[in-house]
Every structure is written in structure tokens, then in C-alpha cells.
Design a protein around this ligand. Structure first.
Ligand code: ZN
Length: 423
């Protein structure tokens, strides 16, 4: 099959990937558009707009928008992005649990599954677990693997985003440099995106709840502590993808107790005082048997005095770290997520107190500190939205258009993918 850019019909060259992505982008941002809307928004001529919309209709990336009459055989005039053109498979991997989801192309979660995992099992075992969960999601939705347009995975560790690899993760044995894309490539032909867990959450929260906020800071308080920053509609990764590693800031010792060792091997990290794993350690040392973060959260909810005292101390230590981040980045919104953030007020009260005390009035005057609205789904939604952005930014659009039969009339309705909406 010739590439589109090599084919010419009449005097108008067939659109390139970037041309198609440009027009598709307009539809992805709007509910529905007419051809005239697209001309106005793009500045393109009528014939060029018609050609690009027709190509997108043929590829079923754009569909006639509903709610209008198609009287006397005239074509519908309004068009919308077809978020059911395919599906995305996403996996949000925490330190102790794995959440997998089937999403449409607008980031809506159609079906999801959660299971406990042991992160020490290594990449082969865990990726196999993820693939099995993906296959089950597809079978339940009666979908073929060919309907999957992208796969996204987020992990609780530093990620080299361009290479799609985890780099020297403190708690993910065997993952350093593991070729995740190549592994999925044996089973799926679609693009694979690998992201840090908190970056994915920050993106999900920003794009759905705070799209107009230019600087958003996301903090995950779970077994570990991590942060993600969205600035000017982009995830801020830093030069090597290591930005936001706030859990491993050095924290001033709050008392005379020995400086604790962190999971990363260093002494006195924020996480070594205030992470969920540190809370579990301290509760056990205080004579309160606690198996995991979930049990620690239960103790907090029941008002256990030792747990509350430890959580307040954690809140102040995390607050110090966030105050430094506030001074550096001046975010408008700080979103708190993770098992600990969702569970209790004591920690959040401590964070608020220190952040407002330690940061400049100019930085805190309009600062909001909020709990995550997407909660457990923030990672899945963020991954799906990022995947869609990646897929529809260029070459993949051209492949989808080229794969569609150009001689076929754009009667979209005959062959919609069979995606089942679960509400
Ligand atoms: Zn550390």
C-alpha cells in the first residue's frame, strides 16, 4: 500500500500525518464541528478541509454528530471525534496493587479490574499478569486485539519517557532498563507508553478537573511518596525524567530519634519518615502490630492516638517538602492522592499548616490544596489521555487513515467497533 504522501489526486496533494492530526485535534477538543467551523479554526480552504474531513470519516476517526436530520439524502453537517474508533488498554501499577482498565479514546474508563501484586516478582511475572488482565478485559467486552490502538503502563519509579524504560528504581528489582515496549510488542502491534505513576495521575487530574490551571502539583501519599508537576499543559519531567522525586528529599530530623534508612538506601529521606511503609514500621515499633498501609489507615480512622500522633508528624515532614516545591514552582493547585491522602485529616492538616507557614504569601495567596477528585482512577485516565495525545499527534493517524479502504464510501454507521459502555 503506498503511503498517503506519495499519492496525488487531482491538484490537491493527499494530507500528511501532520495535516490529519491538525484537523483531528480540532475535533478532539470540540463536541462537534461543521466544515465551516473547521475552516474558521484552521484557516484552511474549503477543498482542503473537505478532503481532510473525508479522510478522517473514511478512517472512522470522525463521525457524523448525532441529533440532526439527514433529510433527502443530504450528508450530515456536523461531525465529532469518534471516541469508539478503538480502545486503549492501561495499567496503573502501585507498590502493592495493580489496576488495569479498558478505555475509549476520550479517556473514559469502560471497564476496570484491581488486584494485589508483589512488586518483587520482577518484570516478566508482572507484565504477564498485566497482559492476562488486558486479555480478560477484551474478552469481557467482546473485542479483538486489533481494536487496541495503544497500551499504557505507569510504574512507581523513575521513568525514561523517551525510551519507555524504568531507570534505577528503588523498589522495583529487575526493572532497570527492561525493554517493556519490546515485551508488549510480542503480543500487540500498537504503540506502548511507559510513564511514572504520579505523572500519569497529575495528567489525568489536570486534563479532566483543572484544564485551565497552568501549574498543578500532584502528590501521591501511598506506600511511598512521589510527586508530579503539570506546567503550561505539559508534564514537567526534568532533563532525565527524574523531576518530582520529592519522597527522597532530605528531611530535617524532627526529634532525637535515630535518622531512619530509606528504601533507596540513603538516610533521612522524607519517605523514610512519612511514607506509608514508614508509618507501618513506626506503628510496629510502638507495639501496635500493623501488617500494611491499609491497616495503618484503619487505625487512623479509628482515632488510635499513636497512629494520629505519627500521622501528624508525617504531615509536617511532607509539608516541609511541599513548601520547598511551592517556593520553586509556585503551583496554583496541589492535589493530594494515594491511600494515605484519601484516608484521614490529620496528615493533610499538618501539610496545610506547614505549607502556609513556610511559603511566601505571594505563592500561597491563591494556592488551593485539594484531594484528588479522580482518586483511584487518576492514573488510568491520565494514561489513556496521554496515549490518545500520542497516537493522534502524527504518524499513527496516517497509518489508521492508510489502513482504511479509500474506495469505500464513508458510511461510518455500518461498522462501528463493538465497545460496550458500562455506564
Ligand atoms: Zn530515599
Amino acid at each position: 500500500m503506498p503511503r498517503l504522501s506519495q499519492v496525488r489526486v487531482g491538484t490537491t496533494p493527499l494530507p500528511t500525518a501532520a495535516d490529519l492530526a491538525h484537523v483531528l485535534g480540532l475535533f478532539r477538543e470540540a463536541e462537534a464541528l461543521t466544515r465551516a467551523d473547521v475552516m474558521r479554526l484552521s484557516g484552511l480552504s474549503r477543498s482542503t478541509v473537505n478532503q481532510r474531513i473525508d479522510a478522517l470519516l473514511t478512517a472512522e476517526l470522525v463521525r457524523p454528530a448525532g441529533g440532526q436530520s439527514i433529510a433527502r439524502g443530504r450528508p450530515p453537517e456536523r461531525f465529532a471525534f469518534n471516541s469508539n474508533r478503538g480502545v486503549l488498554l492501561v495499567a496503573d501499577m502501585g507498590a502493592t496493587s495493580l489496576r488495569t482498565g479498558l478505555c475509549d479514546l476520550s479517556g473514559k474508563v469502560l471497564a476496570e479490574h484491581e488486584q494485589a501484586i508483589d512488586l518483587t516478582q520482577g518484570p516478566e511475572a508482572l507484565l504477564t499478569l498485566i497482559r492476562t488482565a488486558f486479555v480478560e478485559l477484551l474478552i469481557d467486552a467482546a473485542l479483538e486485539p486489533t481494536s487496541v490502538l495503544g497500551i499504557g503502563l505507569d510504574v512507581p519509579g523513575p521513568v525514561d519517557f523517551a525510551r519507555g524504560q524504568v531507570v534505577s528504581p528503588p523498589i522495583m528489582n529487575g526493572w532497570d532498563g527492561f525493554d517493556i515496549r519490546a515485551w508488549f510488542g510480542h503480543h500487540f502491534t500498537c504503540p506502548v507508553l511507559v510513564e511514572n505513576d504520579v505523572n500519569a495521575m497529575a495528567w489525568g487530574e489536570h486534563q479532566t478537573i483543572y484544564p485551565d490551571v497552568t501549574e498543578l502539583f500532584m502528590l501521591k501519599l501511598g506506600t511511598g511518596i512521589g510527586a508530579g508537576l503539570v506546567t503550561r499543559n505539559r508534564i514537567f519531567r526534568g532533563a532525565d525524567g527524574a523531576a518530582g522525586d520529592i519522597g527522597h528529599y532530605y528531611a530535617s530530623p524532627p526529634d532525637d530519634a535515630p535518622v531512619p534508612q530509606c528504601r533507596c538506601g540513603r538516610l533521612g529521606c522524607v519517605e523514610a519518615y512519612a511514607g506509608g511503609w514508614a508509618l507501618v514500621r513506626d506503628l510496629n515499633e510502638a507495639g501496635i502490630p500493623t501488617a500494611n498501609v491499609g491497616e495503618a489507615v484503619q487505625l487512623l480512622r479509628s482515632g488510635d492516638l499513636t497512629a494520629v500522633r505519627l500521622a501528624r508528624r508525617s504531615g509536617r515532614i511532607v509539608g516541609e517538602a511541599i513548601a520547598q516545591a511551592v517556593s520553586l514552582f509556585n503551583p496554583r493547585v496541589i492535589v493530594l492522592a494515594g491511600q494515605l491522602a484519601a484516608a484521614e485529616e490529620h496528615l493533610i492538616a499538618g501539610i496545610r499548616e506547614v505549607v502556609y507557614q513556610r511559603s511566601l504569601p505571594l505563592a500561597t495567596g491563591n494556592l488551593q490544596i485539594r484531594r484528588s477528585e479522580l482518586a483511584d482512577r487518576a492514573g488510568l485516565i491520565g494514561l489513556a489521555l496521554q496515549l490518545a495525545d500520542t497516537i493522534f499527534a502524527g504518524p499513527e493517524v496516517e497509518l489508521l487513515v492508510a489502513a482504511s479502504d479509500s474506495t469505500r464510501p464513508s458510511e461510518y454507521a455500518r461498522s462501528q467497533p463493538q465497545v460496550t459502555h458500562s455506564g
